[in-house]
Write a protein that binds this ligand. Structure first.
Ligand SMILES: Cc1cc2nc3c(=O)[nH]c(=O)nc-3n(C[C@H](O)[C@H](O)[C@H](O)COP(=O)(O)O)c2cc1C
Length: 324
């Protein structure tokens, strides 16, 4: 009853466990499947982190690495160590799980990393999710250029990766509608709206930068809902809701706006894997109550294309003040 198709994969449930702490070891991955998840996205392999670790190791071993070919050899074997470890988890997950396993690559610049994503597909990954997260802090770079870089990054990945490919993005683009349409045009199979990035804070006693809460609040889903509602009827690519989806009711909202699936992280961190079963049951109950027997009857019912008052997805202000 709640089967769905997302980026060409058949899922037994639209609830996917999102890349993060719950998808970095085989025990949790098996728990996700047992609880009823439709798919899992492995914890990302981070270009930035590996490159930083490799540089640190190289500095520590500088006296042994005076020759440039030794340096090159050291750097590439350190990278291979991370990649091999990732492939080991992926192979184990593919052996132990019957739901789709999606590998996740976090990259700021793609070039050398496309090759790794391709290796994950060869190793059995059912798809690749690219975690794309630049912060455009250079005042000399225009909004159009920021958007162009996203598309060029995705285009290179699409040309190189022979398998289902999704991209998880944030919502800070000058024209999100155009960016999403372009991602669709170049053949990206799935677009995850939206990633929740690290939020800086300040510790006023230590007078230093600290980290905001890594987990979302249950009212953070509105922007994803809006953009899925606005775009789902206009593109071929499948949209997946993410951020602030803590329960079955919010998952139903995402499906109604046009999401083919939802990714969840915080809800499982806070309530355990059983929340996935609860979300599945809620979706099923809701469908029965409203007379739907298949998710395809539900997905996109309230997308902008399908309703007369679709302009409501574009409202940005309250027209009346509270209490009027
Ligand atoms: C501790 C932690 C680690 C995460 N690591 C990753 C990661 O490696 N790759 C990624 O794409 N997203 C990562 N995320 C983001 C989640 O996948 C998800 O996009 C985000 O938490 C919003 O979903 P939620 O509201 O269900 O938590 C992480 C989130 C948390 C809380």
């Amino acid at each position: 009853m709640i089967e769905t198709e997302y980026m060409g994969l058949r899922l037994s449930s639209p609830v996917i466990v999102s890349s993060g702490p719950l998808t970095q070891n085989i025990v949790s991955l098996k728990n996700a499947e047992k609880a009823g998840a439709g798919a899992v996205v492995l914890k990302s392999i981070f270009e930035e982190q590996i490159e930083a670790d490799v540089s640190r190791e190289m500095e520590d071993n500088a006296e042994y690495l005076s020759h440039s070919s030794a340096e090159e050899f050291f750097a590439s074997s350190s990278r291979d160590w991370y990649i091999d470890r990732y492939m080991k988890l992926l192979s184990e997950a593919k052996k132990e799980l019957s739901i789709p396993v999606i590998a996740s690559v976090s990259a700021k610049t793609m070039d050398s990393w496309i090759e790794y994503a391709e290796r994950f597909i060869k190793c059995g990954a059912d798809g690749i999710e690219l975690n794309y997260y630049p912060i455009s802090s250079d005042a000399g770079i225009s909004g159009a250029e920021v958007d162009r870089r996203l598309i060029s990054f995705a285009e290179k990945a699409r040309a190189a990766i022979d398998g289902p490919l999704s991209i998880k993005i944030g919502y800070k683009y000058s024209s999100l509608a155009n960016a999403i349409s372009e991602l669709d045009r170049i053949g990206i199979d799935g677009i995850v709206l939206f990633n929740r990035f690290f939020r800086p804070d300040i510790d006023i006693e230590k007078i230093e930068i600290s980290s905001g809460s890594p987990v979302s609040q249950s009212d953070e889903y509105g922007e994803a809902l809006r953009w899925i509602g606005l775009m789902s009827g206009e593109i071929k690519a499948d949209l997946c809701g993410n951020t602030g989806i803590h329960d079955g009711a919010t998952a139903v909202k995402m499906l109604l706006s046009g999401a083919k699936a939802v990714e969840v992280c915080t809800a499982v961190i806070q309530h355990g894997f059983s929340v996935i079963g609860e979300m599945n049951s809620f979706i099923e109950d809701w469908m029965s109550r409203h007379g739907y027997s298949s998710l395809s009857q539900v997905i996109g019912l309230l997308s902008q294309e399908h309703i007369e008052d679709g302009w409501k997805w574009e409202r940005t202000q309250f027209l009346k003040t509270i209490g009027q």
